[in-house]
Design a protein around this ligand. Structure first.
Ligand code: BG6
Ligand code: MG
Length: 223
């Protein structure tokens, strides 16, 4: 029997939505007269929508009422959703379905662990929702990554102990969260950035079944 569970971050791991977040933040930043580059957008990866706006306002030295902040958060999200609405399966990152199919065939339970409040509509758009036994996203989590809350809830929902969970993450804060949770972290992206990840791959094309089998055996105590 398997006692392992796999948890996937969404943005930057399953789909490349960072470009849409960037366009939506850039539009708001332009309106507010704040210079916002793709490099600035790097700091927004894995960070909640609310916290992203706080950082943007700090960059522009802007104070605002709660009502105004709520209006900007709404505006940014509406703009973001207009991009999401046009997404389809072609925007799934390379070889993600290969890994999902393999794990599903091996009957490994899978969870989504994301800071996004838009996780479910995105998974529906790209037709991947059915792979996941549980979705834990920004609607259920109160403490942002690097707090491990999102992954601990995901592991609990899967009925798998943290030490038997694997987490795929593209953000530094997400790798930290997985490590703090006591899970096996797999960095997807630049190994020079994701230095604290237990394993690192540039993308899913580098992950083969031999690696997955060995990892599952190790977590099951068979290796
Ligand atoms: C994370 C993204 O997954 O979700 C962040 O990496 C984003 O860039 C955060 O800000 C919140 O997303 P949303 O969809 O709730 O605005
Ligand atoms: Mg991410």
């Amino acid at each position: 029997m398997n006692k392992t569970g796999f948890i996937f971050d969404l943005d930057g791991v399953i789909v490349d939505t960072a470009k849409y977040h960037y366009l939506a933040w850039k539009k708001l930043a332009d309106e507010l007269g704040i210079e916002f580059t793709e490099e600035d957008n790097e700091r927004f990866k894995g960070v909640s929508r609310k916290r992203c706006l706080e950082i943007l306002l700090e960059m522009g030295n802007i104070d605002a009422s709660q009502q105004q902040i709520d209006a900007w958060l709404f505006e940014k999200n509406e703009d973001y959703l207009s991009y999401i609405d046009r997404m389809d399966e072609s925007e799934i990152l390379p070889d993600v379905p290969k890994v999902l199919d393999y794990l599903q065939a091996r009957k490994i339970p899978m969870a989504l662990g994301s800071a996004s409040k838009n996780a479910k509509p995105i998974l529906q758009k790209v037709n991947l929702l059915s792979y996941f036994n549980t979705l834990v996203d920004g609607n259920q989590v109160t403490k942002a990554k690097p707090n491990p809350e999102v992954f601990l809830i995901a592991g609990k929902n899967l009925g798998v102990q943290p030490e038997n969970c694997v987490v795929f993450e593209d953000a530094l804060a997400g790798i930290e969260a997985a490590n703090i949770a006591g899970m096996t972290s797999i960095g997807i992206g630049d190994p020079k950035v994701l230095v604290h990840a237990k394993y690192n791959f540039t993308d899913f094309t580098e992950i083969d079944f031999t690696f997955l089998d060995a990892l599952i055996d190790k977590l099951n105590g068979k290796a």
